[in-house]
Write a protein that binds this ligand. Structure first.
Ligand code: GAP
Length: 504
């Protein structure tokens, strides 16, 4: 399926209906930061709660038919700065960036491509990978000034990072007319730092965590000592992470403050490959269960040059990718499943001087467990759910949000057909009953058509309408969001009807 709407359409609906707003909007915003409005907060919380329920409270069955053992923690965002030296983030968590001296724009060097005359002479034109407008401009300039048929095969493209720096003076940046305005790539740390305490200075520098994972490794021994867990087992955490991304973009896809949902699955080295395969399969299935369609999901193994510093050699990382409108027909990362080996626990042992390992009493063996890490983006998952739900249609609202009922921000709406004749009283009573169990909304304002349209844009799966017949025979109308079809049920069955529809 090719996306039949633009990102602008989705961003505009998110703003109009209170899903997501630019942070600090009244001051002109701040690049890479977003606020969640009432509907967006419900949606994100529902995704968070579904993950926590399915991973921690009711974890999947393992290959032996027994439920997995996973416990949750909530660690501090700021930790002792030595943590990030041990983890390899200080010094190792960098992106190469280039600046344009003329426009002051900043780019990820590994996200820029360069198109050039095939004979390697003349000017070259840089464009932003995956950005059709930028690529089109570069091709046009190449054709115009280098007299090359930019649709034919008289040109080459390569990543900016593969171009020797002495040739940079011939490159025209993505937004400039003149060549030679791009600086050489420089490494840029993605970690936000801050100062702890009143004295300030380098000695009191600390970092905002760039991943929730390290808080889990730090608490491995605490969990083993207090929870009677036996390897293999997992520790889960959901929380904020911060990265000073060079080029935050694509709405909430790449932001500077975001949330992750991570599991570190601790196992014996001999079983790690089997668990790696288990988690790759299980996590892809889970995203489908929550509402993403198979055709929009794919698994992709990392190339050796994109592996993170912790990925175990020869095993690597699989990305679960989603076909976002801005990557279509390609895919973008939604979750990574990494084989981290025993890198993190060994490094923390080395840097802290404390023993971090596991003793298997049955086998009388002490070892440092290996780790499989399914690491999902809660913010990015929310975006995938929004993209998947957006359904253009010829109904009056022109669009409806087809959320899986389990994650829909509002589960049902209750409307009196008219705001008189005893209907509001009956509707209010039903609303009071339903809201004890579910997030439901009462709405009596404007025409019934406008109320349906509002609920369609909010992605509310069911609308219950109290009308003239209700007064006669106690029945109400249930309208289905996806088909707009209606059926009548007895008002006494309405709560059970909704319960039933929400059970997955
Ligand atoms: N602990 C491993 C780790 O953090 P990662 O691939 O860097 O791995 C995991 O991040 C997930 O976090 C990604 O798949 C993505 O969903 C989300 N993520 C990473 N950077 C992000 C950003 N700048 N904005 C939004 N989500 C991000």
């Amino acid at each position: 399926m090719t996306t039949n709407y633009s990102m602008e359409d989705l961003v505009s609906l998110c703003k109009r209906r209170g899903f997501i707003f630019p942070a600090s909007e009244i001051y002109g915003g701040i690049n890479g930061f977003w606020d969640y409005g009432p509907l967006g907060t419900e949606l994100k919380n529902n995704l968070r709660d579904a993950w926590w329920h399915d991973m921690v409270h009711c974890p999947p069955m393992g290959p032996d038919g027994e439920p997995l053992s996973i416990v949750g923690i909530d660690s501090s965002i700021i930790q002792n700065p030595k943590v990030w030296e041990a983890s390899g983030h200080v010094g190792g968590f960098n992106d190469p960036m280039v600046d344009c001296r003329e426009t002051k724009s900043r780019y990820r060097a590994d996200h820029l491509e360069v198109i050039a005359n095939a004979n390697g002479e003349g000017r070259m034109y840089a464009f932003i990978e995956g950005n059709e407008e930028s690529e089109e401009r570069a091709r046009k300039l190449l054709a115009k000034y280098e007299k090359v048929d930019a649709l034919g095969d008289e040109y080459t493209t390569s990543l900016l990072t593969d171009i020797p720096t002495d040739a940079f003076e011939r490159i025209v940046g993505p937004d400039t007319k003149e060549a030679g305005t791009l600086t050489e790539p420089r490494q840029f740390s993605l970690m936000f730092d801050t100062t702890v305490g009143a004295t300030g200075g380098e000695d009191n520098k600390a970092y905002l965590r760039p991943e929730t994972a390290q808080g889990i490794f730090l608490n491995f021994m605490n969990v083993v000592d207090t929870m009677r867990v036996k390897v293999p087992f997992g520790i889960a955490q959901i929380g904020k992470a911060f990265r000073n991304e060079v080029t935050p973009r694509n709405f909430i896809f790449r932001s500077r403050e975001f949330e992750q949902m991570e599991i570190e699955w601790f196992c014996h080295e001999d079983e790690a490959q089997q668990w790696y395969e288990f988690w790759c399969d299980y996590r892809k299935d889970w995203w489908q269960k929550i509402g993403l369609t198979t055709e929009n999901l794919q698994m992709r193994q990392h190339d050796s040059d994109e592996l993170a510093h912790y990925a175990k050699e020869g095993c690597g990382t699989f990305d679960i990718e989603y076909k976002f409108p801005f990557t279509d027909p390609g895919y973008g990362e939604l979750e990574g499943v990494a084989h981290r080996g025993n890198y993190d626990l060994s490094r923390h042992t080395e840097f802290s001087g404390k023993k971090i390992n596991y003793f298997d009493q049955q086998k009388n063996e002490r070892y440092t467990p290996h780790v499989i890490e399914p690491s999902a983006g809660l913010s990015r998952g929310t975006l995938a759910l929004l993209c998947e739900a957006y359904t253009p249609d010829d109904r009056p609202s022109k669009v409806f949000m087809k959320f899986n009922p389990r994650i829909a921000p509002i589960k049902a709406a209750i409307f009196p057909l008219v705001n008189k004749n005893g209907m509001p009283e009956i509707a209010t009573k039903l609303h009071e009953e339903m809201r004890k169990k579910h997030v439901v909304q009462y709405d009596a304002k404007q025409s019934i058509g406008k109320r349906y349209a509002r609920m369609d844009e909010a992605g509310t799966p069911y609308c219950f309408v109290i009308d003239g017949d209700t007064l006669e025979d106690n029945t109400i109308t249930v309208r289905d969001r996806d088909t707009a079809s209606q059926e009548r049920i007895n008002i006494d069955q309405a709560v059970a009807y909704l319960d039933d529809k929400l059970i997955q």
